[in-house]
Design a protein around this ligand. Structure first.
Ligand SMILES: [Zn+2]
Length: 150
């Protein structure tokens, strides 16, 4: 049992959310692979938990983490995980060499980015907005691609 799996199954909302964010951020196959077969157990162990969330329900973030495990299991590129969540900052993703920012609109609170996944080459249009906190909506130009074999 991995540490993250322990957290997911702990029944403790703060530990579940820790595992949720670690899973959403991770591209480590050794971390993710053991979690894949445990998704049904994680769903059962978390379905009655109150995960809170002030502006956006944390339940949605847990669902995103479990969707990411399904995408990983299906062999989809890591960039599939940008879709359907508002927390990925293009500048931070570029800083860790996950994407390349191809172009932007005039910089400001509300602006757009065009980003290219450095792994599969898929282009995303990213809208940045500010509603209580900064958010980014990633929309792929085309279908999500398979994770290239290396
Ligand atoms: Zn990609």
């Amino acid at each position: 049992m991995t540490a993250l799996l322990d957290d997911f199954l702990s029944g403790d909302p703060s530990r579940v959310l820790h595992a949720t964010w670690e899973t959403i951020a991770s591209r480590d196959i050794a971390v993710l692979r053991p979690l894949v077969p445990a998704v049904p157990r994680i769903r059962r162990a978390t379905e009655a938990l109150d995960l809170g969330g002030i502006i956006y329900a944390n339940r949605g973030h847990l669902d995103h983490a479990l969707d990411k495990l399904a995408q990983f299991d299906a062999g989809e590129c890591w960039c599939a995980g940008y879709v359907g969540i508002l927390t990925f900052d293009p500048k931070k993703e570029e800083a860790v060499d996950h994407v390349r920012i191809v172009s932007t609109s005039e910089p400001g609170w509300s602006m757009t980015y065009q980003c290219e996944c450095v792994v599969c080459g898929l282009t995303f249009d990213v809208e940045q907005g500010d509603h209580h906190f900064m958010w980014w909506k990633w929309v792929p130009r085309g279908a999500i691609r398979p994770l290239p074999k290396r």
